[in-house]
Design a binder for this molecule. Structure first.
Ligand code: FSO
Ligand code: SF4
Length: 548
């Protein structure tokens, strides 16, 4: 195996024996083969474009499979092998449609022609570097870096497009771009400049995907609003729901209401508490615990069953497996996976029944956290915010969106939040917030000093807010605003968020706790020189630099 797609890549270069995330060599190789299969489908999609051949099955398959390969989403080798076989069937069906339209296929890349059916064949193909399977199949490290940067961006984009799809929102252009970009990662004729342009275009479609999801989420569940979320517990049996998918959240709430079983959110599902549609359920108690990497201890004290709607899954303690459930793109061997029927309906009755046999959660903290500052809520406070900036009460905003992770170096973000001078406000989204959302940072004239927009995809809201402020203050450039960007990343959704911000013209983003292992020195140099991307240093030095 070779994987360097996340921030915790071993030794800052890549995992080669087993993932720091817990991904085995076997699963990593299968994920490589899955990506390779998708490239084959993408090549055929490209061929069919001119002839108007469209395959919703192919588009869905690509989107769903990309999501499965995101860090901590799916550890289930059998599920991945099955998805590879399904992909080959989708690919062959696409070939038949192309033939029916008289499209000449010409010489096809191996990824569009290979076939495997037995487990042994899959295993053997999964390490076929020569054919082009796996990250290291691209020998030139700069080309590899740019290709993988695109692919990781596509994974994040696919995740967001998938959530939107589940709500019924789709955009043809996003699917078309995903196929185009995947196929382009096979094209040896592209120059470095053309690949950099493709990276930027990935950011453009990242904005589209986040906007699509924002519209879908708020259209269906209302605009997030200022909320106080309880972090204590009640005395009823309960289910913990993690991940990002709001349609799963909705179905769980509908199925648990009136059953005597409570629901708590974990990690990235916390922002569900901000939506009007979920506030109406009196069995949604609040949020339990912290960000994803604390789940082993927190699942122990939670006592009840856990539903993963997406990443991040940490390989569970064996004794917890029987009360962990996955759905959608998530998966873990031994955990029950709940599949939707043809209408998207999921039956969570087994989880509810199990919850009733287990103890209520053990309280690990009390109090509440405040959030719900997506664009509509911030716009509702716009006058207050603008006045505070004009009067100098707010001197600077810090966008600290992104991810949390296990590394000790992430204590930087807690310290950074604590040491920020008066007159500063943190704008956050994603699970990075758990590093400072329980600190007593106070408010500025009623505006909390930590404004949480929501999930990582709600970083879109932060961009919308920045664009609005630019308009209000009549500036020409988004970079003239008193906003600094100190972003923490972990997995590939953060990659698409970063590319989206670059596409929107945001400069001088600081990225930590370490720069991606997949950036070759030359590619890193381009990002530094063109966009002013920088790492992080000492808290005091960084604050002084940002405030200067
Ligand atoms: Fe991921 Fe980051 Fe959204 Fe977290 S991008 S790690 S679980 O912020 O939240 O999916
Ligand atoms: Fe390593 Fe991250 Fe890849 Fe897991 S996802 S194998 S931790 S680089």
């Amino acid at each position: 195996m070779f994987c360097y797609q996340c921030q915790e890549a071993a030794k800052g270069t890549g995992c080669t024996i087993q993932g720091v995330c817990g991904k085995t060599n076997h699963v990593a190789n299968l994920q490589d083969l899955l990506i390779y299969t998708l490239k084959g489908i993408a090549v055929l999609n490209e061929k069919g474009k001119a002839a108007g051949v469209k395959s919703p099955e192919a588009d869905f398959h690509i989107m769903h499979s990309l999501f499965m390969t995101i860090t901590n989403a799916n550890f289930d080798d059998a599920a991945i092998a099955k998805t590879i076989k399904e992909g080959l069937a989708v690919r062959e069906a696409l070939k038949a449609s192309l033939a029916a339209k008289g499209v000449e296929l010409g010489d096809l890349h191996d990824c569009a022609t290979f076939s495997v059916s037995t487990d042994e064949q899959i295993e053997a193909k999964s390490t076929d570097l020569k054919a082009g399977v796996g990250v290291l199949a691209t020998e030139n490290e700069d080309v590899r870096s740019l290709r993988e940067l695109v692919i990781y961006g596509l994974k994040g984009m696919a995740a967001y497009a998938h959530h939107a799809y589940n709500i019924g929102a789709e955009k043809e252009e996003i699917y078309a771009f995903i196929s185009k970009a995947l196929a382009a990662t096979l094209d040896d004729s592209l120059t470095a400049d053309e690949l950099v342009a493709l990276v930027m275009e990935t950011g453009k479609y990242g904005v589209e995907a986040m906007a699509l999801l924002d519209g879908a989420n708020t259209g269906k569940y209302g605009n997030p609003e200022l909320s106080e979320v309880n972090i204590g517990v009640r005395n009823n049996p309960a289910i913990l729901i993690s991940g990002h998918d709001l349609t799963d959240m909705e179905q769980l709430m509908e199925q648990t209401k009136g059953t005597g079983v409570d629901v708590y959110t974990h990690s990235e599902m916390l922002p569900a508490n901000y939506y009007p549609a979920f506030k109406k359920y009196d069995n949604l108690v609040g949020n339990y615990g912290n960000s994803w990497w604390k789940q082993k201890e927190e699942f122990e004290s939670f006592n009840g069953p856990v539903l993963f709607t997406t990443n991040c899954i940490v390989p569970p303690r064996p004794e917890h497996i029987s009360r962990i459930y996955t759905t959608g793109a998530a998966g873990y061997p031994g955990c029950t996976h709940i599949v939707a029927d043809e209408n998207g309906k999921k039956d969570f009755s087994a989880i509810i029944a199990q919850a009733k046999t287990l103890a209520a959660p053990t309280e690990i903290e009390t109090g509440s956290i405040v959030g719900g500052f997506a664009h509509a809520q911030v716009f509702a406070l716009a006058d207050k915010v603008v006045d505070a900036v004009k009067s100098g009460a707010i001197k600077k905003f810090f966008v600290m969106a992104g991810c949390d992770g296990r590394m000790k170096s992430r204590e930087y973000y807690t310290e950074f939040a604590e040491k920020l001078p008066e007159g500063t406000v943190i704008l956050t989204a994603g699970c990075a917030k758990y590093r400072y959302n329980k600190l007593p940072l106070g408010d500025i004239g009623g505006i909390p000093r930590v404004l949480d927009a929501g999930q990582c995809n709600d970083s879109y809201s932060l961009a919308v807010i920045a664009l609005k402020l630019k308009e209000v203050f009549e500036l020409n450039d988004i970079n003239e605003l008193p906003i600094a960007y100190n972003i923490a990343w972990y997995e590939q959704k953060a990659v698409i968020v970063l590319l989206a911000l670059l596409y929107l013209g945001v400069k001088n983003i600081h990225l930590g706790p370490t720069l991606p292992a997949f950036l070759s020195p030359n590619v890193a140099k381009v990002l530094v020189e063109t966009f002013g991307i920088a790492g992080i240093g000492k808290v005091e030095d960084d604050i002084a630099l940002f405030m200067a």
